[in-house]
Design a protein around this ligand. Structure first.
Ligand SMILES: Nc1ncnc2c1ncn2[C@@H]1O[C@H](COP(=O)(O)OP(=O)(O)OP(=O)(O)O)[C@@H](O)[C@H]1O
Ligand SMILES: [Mg+2]
Length: 350
């Protein structure tokens, strides 16, 4: 069951695009089996909640046809501060079995929701310096949000086998493609249309995560207002196509001004991280999500936070067979970061 045969797809259900990735195990690692995307009409998903499940199911069926998805097993993910809580906590030393028994009780004081309304998972990170204590990552995801996403996936004819969290998918994508350096703090920043997922790794271990509901929709909305455009035309303009007599050059200053809130949010989160870690530096940013494709955004972010920003290469260590249009895959790669992380998951993983 673990490898080959009954594989699974990584399906990233974003608010503006579906992204799907399937990987095959080969002798040297992984090979890309399938990669595709489908744009979604606006407002089907708002602040992480599915508003119009009917049309979302239709779009997912369209993706299944277009991408010729044959594999039914799907790994999906949830994100957003109002549905997912990830906390690093300190607990008395105990075995994994013991913690499984008591986790709901232990978690209660850390979760701002009713404990009955969430699914809880955990990972023991290891012993702390303080004797008899251990570090644990606690994850709580709201059941009603999980159910919303799971039913859409099922109704489209797929079989959801794992519900992950965007931040963890990004970490898995990073682990596959990058060397972990022990002394280094790396911020993984994924900016989509309406969400920022942030995760800071210290020597490869997650020490800080934060999601916020801000994203590249701010660019689209600013262009719509300024030039009186439809959503679709503003999206095209943002991607660098001239529309209705407006050139990408005209759009540039509007897009740059609209980046301000996103830059401020990331910068504030970095400051918060520093203030809670005795001023530790962030040494590098790996930027993914569609916002990484917005003209000049990576440079603006680098100059705002004063840290080198690298645009993520989720397929760096994945062999891409000739049947793919390599330049398209590479161009869109930053948007595939979460889907690659999900495609790496195997049934039975924690
Ligand atoms: N080539 C491009 N140039 C500029 N912007 C792009 C490009 N392609 C996509 N985008 C923008 O990136 C966003 C989509 O990115 P992504 O797929 O990461 O978001 P999402 O996962 O759908 O959204 P979220 O996770 O926030 O719900 C859209 O706002 C889109 O306009
Ligand atoms: Mg996304």
């Amino acid at each position: 069951m673990l490898f080959g045969g009954k594989g699974s797809i990584g399906l990233d259900i974003g608010s503006s695009y579906f992204k799907v990735v399937e990987l095959k195990n080969i002798r040297t690692g992984f090979e890309l089996e399938l990669f595709d995307m489908l744009p979604l009409p606006p407002d089907l998903i708002v602040d992480g909640s599915i508003i119009d499940s009917f049309r979302l199911v239709d779009s997912l069926k369209e993706l299944i046809r277009k991408a010729r998805i044959k594999t039914k097993n799907a790994v999906i993910a949830i994100s957003g501060h109002s549905s997912v809580i990830i906390k690093r906590i300190s607990l008395p030393e105990m075995s994994e079995e013991e913690l499984s028994e008591s986790i709901r009780f232990e978690a209660e004081q850390y979760i701002p929701f009713d404990i009955e309304d969430v699914n809880i998972d955990f990972q023991i990170l290891g012993l702390e310096e303080e004797p008899g204590q251990m570090d644990v990552i606690l994850v709580a995801v709201k059941k009603d949000i999980i159910n919303e996403y799971v039913s859409v996936v099922k109704e489209a004819g797929l079989n959801p086998i794992i519900v992950d969290v965007d931040a963890f998918a990004l970490e898995n994508m990073y682990e596959l493609n990058y060397e972990i350096e022990s002394g280094k703090n790396v911020a993984l920043v994924n900016i989509g249309a309406s969400t920022i997922n942030m995760s800071i790794l210290k020597g490869g271990v997650s020490v800080f995560t934060k999601d916020s509901f801000l994203g590249s929709n701010l660019h689209t909305e600013a262009l719509q207002r300024e030039f009186n455009l439809t959503y679709e035309n503003a999206e095209r303009l943002k991607r660098g196509e001239p529309v209705e007599g407006v050139s990408p050059e005209d759009a540039y200053s509007i897009v740059t001004a609209a980046s301000e809130d996103i830059l401020g949010e990331i910068s504030r989160s970095f400051d918060y991280f520093k203030s809670t870690t005795l001023n530790e530096d962030i040494n590098e940013v790996t930027l993914s999500g569609g916002c990484a494709l917005v003209k000049d955004f990576p440079r603006l972010l680098a100059s705002r936070v004063g840290v080198e920003v690298k645009v993520a290469e989720p397929f760096k260590n994945i062999h891409i067979p000739k049947k793919f249009d390599i330049s398209y895959v590479e161009e869109m790669a930053p948007m595939a970061a979460v889907a690659v992380g999900l495609a790496l998951r195997r049934p039975g993983d924690r």
